[in-house]
Design a protein around this ligand. Structure first.
Ligand SMILES: [Zn+2]
Length: 190
C-alpha cells in the first residue's frame, strides 16, 4: 500500500534535522508550530515531489504519526532555540527563546512531572534541566540555588528528568526510523 522509492536519508536523525532546518528557513516554522497543536490524528499520505519542500513535508507527515511526546522531543531537539529580541525592556538581554522551543520545553516539563516518579513540583527547575539537555548554556545547580533547591535533591531530580527525556528520544527515533523505512525514505545500506 505504501509507495516505495529510492531512500533519501541515512537515518531518522538526519531526516528530522533536514526537515526542521528546511521548514525554519522556508516556512517560518509553521509546519513545526502546527505539530504542537495536539496528538496526531491519523495520517494522509501522498508521496509526491522529491524537492526540499516535498521531502521535508514527508518527514513531517511521518512525525505526525508518532506518539505526541516522542514527536515533541524530536522537534524540540532540532528547533532553533533563540532569536534576537528588540523589545527594549530593561531586563532584555537582546535575545529570547523562540515560541516553538519555549512551548515544546514547557509541555515536556509538564509531562515529565506526570510520568516520572518523584520529580520536584518546581516547573522552572524542570524547564532548566530540559533546556540544558537540548543545548542551552544553563548551569542547572545555579538555577536550583535561585529556586531554593539544595544540591543533593537538585542532582537527583535532574538525573531522573534526563533519564526520562533520553528514553523518550530513543523511542521517538526508533519509531520515526521505522516509519521512514516503511515509506522507503531511508537509504538501504545493505
Ligand atoms: Zn527583549
Amino acid at each position: 500500500m505504501n509507495a516505495r522509492h529510492e531512500g533519501i536519508f541515512r537515518s531518522a536523525e538526519e531526516a528530522i534535522t533536514f526537515a526542521c532546518n528546511y521548514s525554519s528557513q522556508q516556512y517560518a516554522m509553521s509546519p513545526m508550530a502546527k505539530l504542537l497543536q495536539g496528538p496526531a490524528r491519523g495520517s494522509g499520505r501522498g508521496l509526491t515531489g522529491l524537492d526540499g519542500a516535498g521531502q521535508s513535508g514527508m518527514v513531517f507527515r511521518e512525525l505526525e504519526t508518532l506518539d505526541y511526546w516522542q514527536m515533541l522531543v524530536l522537534v524540540a531537539g532540532k528547533a532553533i532555540r533563540s532569536e534576537s529580541c528588540n523589545c527594549l525592556s530593561p531586563c532584555c538581554r537582546g535575545w529570547r527563546m523562540t515560541e516553538l522551543f519555549r512551548e515544546s520545553v514547557s509541555q515536556l516539563a509538564d509531562q515529565v512531572a506526570r510520568e516520572a516518579r518523584d520529580v520536584l513540583p518546581v516547573k522552572a527547575f524542570r524547564v532548566a534541566v530540559l533546556r540544558k539537555h537540548f543545548g542551552d548554556k544553563i548551569h542547572v545547580l545555579d538555577e536550583a540555588e535561585k529556586l531554593g533547591i539544595d544540591e543533593h535533591p537538585a542532582n537527583r531530580h535532574a538525573t531522573t528528568i534526563r533519564k526520562w527525556i533520553r528514553e523518550l528520544e530513543k523511542k521517538g527515533l526508533t519509531a520515526l526510523s521505522e516509519r521512514l523505512d516503511a515509506v522507503g525514505m531511508l537509504v538501504r545500506t545493505t
